[in-house]
Design a protein around this ligand. Structure first.
Ligand code: PMP
Length: 360
C-alpha cells in the first residue's frame, strides 16, 4: 500500500523510516523481550531510551547546559496556564504578542492569572502579517514576553526573534520547532506539542532556562510546576513513554538528514516551490504578507471558491490528502513539516498547475 502525502496540520506525517524502525522494534525492543509500550518507565531499558532522546535533542538544537529539557503531557494547550503559574514570580503583568488563533488562546488563558499587555496585535489585518520589532510595545517590568513564532492556522511565521531587553522570551514553537536552526540562548523558554515536527501526539516538550525554575506561585498544582518535572527528569509520574521513544527516533532521523541545517535547506526549498506555484497565477492566492509566510503551514485560496471541492477531490485522487483549510480561514492549507518529502510538494505543485490550466 502506498503511503499518501498527508498535508495535515497535526497530527502530521512522520518519516517513513521512523515508522519502519518502530515497526521492527515493536514486539521486541533490543532483545528486551517486550515492546517499548510495555516497559516500566523506571527500568534500565526505558531509562536508556529516554536519556538518548534527550541527548539527541540537545545535540540537534544545540541546547545550552543551563537549560532543562522536559518531556511532559497535556499538550501545548496546558502550557498556556503553566506559563503564568510558573513564571509570574513577583510581577503582576506579562506581554503577549497576538498574531493569530494560538496566540489568542494563550492570552485568554493567561488572563486568568496575570494582567496581560498586548504588545502587538495583527487581528485587524485578519492575522496575515508579523509586527515589526519597532511596533512591539514591550514593558520592562513584564514577567515575560510570550509569542507564537509560527501560527499554524494563519500560516504566519516571524522572520526574526523579538528583542526583549532581558525580559524572558517565551515561544510556542509547536509548529516550527526543528524546522531550522535557532539560537536557544535567546529564549527563556520554548515549548511545543509533539504532533507536528517531533513525533506522535501525547508528548509536550519544554526547554526552560534554569533561572526560571523555582518561582512558581504557591497555588500552582504539583503536576503543573516545572520544578517538579525538572527535579525528577520528567519521571515524577508516568510519562508518555511511547511518544517519547518515537520522538527519539525522529531526533536520530534528523541527525541523519544533516541536522537542522539539513532540514532548513529542504524546508526552504519546499516552501519556495509551493509559494512560487501560488504566485505564478491569479488562479491561486496567498493571504499572508510575503515576509510573514510560514515554511511549515501554507494557506492558499482558489480565486473561485466554488472550485474548492473539485480541487480537494482531484488532489485526493492523486494521494494528496488533508488539504482543506482550517474552518476559520477557508480555502486550502498545506502543512509541509519536516516529514513531508519534497516529492510530496512536487506532486502538489504539479497538480495545482494541471488543475489551474484545466480551468483556465
Ligand atoms: N499552539 C500551536 C501553535 C498549535 O499549532 C497547537 C496545535 N495545533 C497548539 C498550540 C495546541 O496544541 P495541543 O493540541 O498540543 O494542546
Amino acid at each position: 500500500m502506498a503511503r499518501k502525502f498527508n498535508f495535515s496540520a497535526g497530527p502530521a506525517m512522520l518519516p517513513t523510516a521512523v515508522i519502519e524502525r518502530a515497526q521492527q522494534e515493536m514486539l521486541d525492543w533490543n532483545d528486551s523481550g517486550m515492546s517499548v509500550m510495555e516497559m516500566s518507565h523506571r527500568g534500565k531499558e526505558y531509562m536508556s531510551i529516554a536519556a538518548k532522546a534527550e541527548k539527541d535533542l540537545r545535540e540537534v538544537m544545540a541546547i545550552p547546559d543551563n537549560y532543562k529539557v522536559l518531556f511532559l503531557q497535556g499538550g501545548a494547550s496546558s502550557q498556556f496556564a503553566m506559563i503564568p503559574l510558573n513564571l509570574m514570580g513577583d510581577k503582576t503583568s506579562a506581554d503577549y504578542i497576538n498574531t493569530g488563533m494560538w496566540s489568542k488562546k494563550a492570552i485568554a488563558e493567561a488572563k486568568r492569572y496575570i494582567t496581560v499587555n498586548i504588545a502587538a496585535d495583527t487581528s485587524e489585518g485578519g492575522f496575515t502579517s508579523v509586527p515589526t520589532q519597532a511596533e512591539l510595545k514591550l514593558n520592562s517590568d513584564a514577567a515575560y514576553v510570550h509569542y507564537t513564532p509560527n501560527e499554524t492556522i494563519g500560516g504566519v511565521e516571524f522572520d526574526y526573534i523579538p528583542e526583549t531587553n532581558g525580559v524572558p522570551l517565551i515561544a510556542d514553537m509547536s509548529s516550527t520547532i526543528l524546522s531550522r536552526p535557532i539560537d536557544v540562548s535567546k529564549f527563556g523558554m520554548i515549548y511545543a506539542g509533539a504532533q507536528k515536527n517531533i513525533g506522535p501526539a501525547g508528548l509536550t516538550i519544554v526547554i526552560i532556562r534554569d533561572d526560571l525554575l523555582g518561582t512558581a506561585s504557591a497555588s500552582c498544582p504539583t503536576m503543573f510546576n516545572y520544578s517538579t518535572h525538572a527535579e525528577n527528569d520528567s519521571m515524577y509520574n508516568t510519562p508518555a513513554t511511547y511518544s517519547w521513544y518515537m520522538a527519539g527516533l525522529v531526533f536520530e532521523w534528523i541527525k541523519e538528514q544533516g541536522g537542522l541545517e539539513g532540514m532548513a535547506e529542504v524546508n526552504k526549498r519546499k516552501a519556495d516551490k509551493l509559494y512560487a506555484a501560488i504566485d505564478a497565477t491569479d488562479f491561486y492566492g496567498s493571504p499572508v504578507a510575503i515576509n510573514g509566510r510560514s515554511w511549515m503551514n501554507v494557506p492558499f485560496t482558489l480565486a473561485d471558491a466554488g472550485l474548492d471541492a473539485e480541487f480537494l477531490k482531484g488532489a485526493a485522487e492523486r494521494g494528496l490528502v488533508t488539504l482543506k483549510g482550517h474552518r476559520s480561514v477557508g480555502g486550502m492549507r498545506a502543512s509541509i513539516y519536516n516529514a513531508m518529502p519534497e516529492e510530496g510538494v512536487d506532486a502538489l505543485v504539479a497538480f495545482m498547475q494541471e488543475f489551474a490550466s484545466k480551468q483556465g
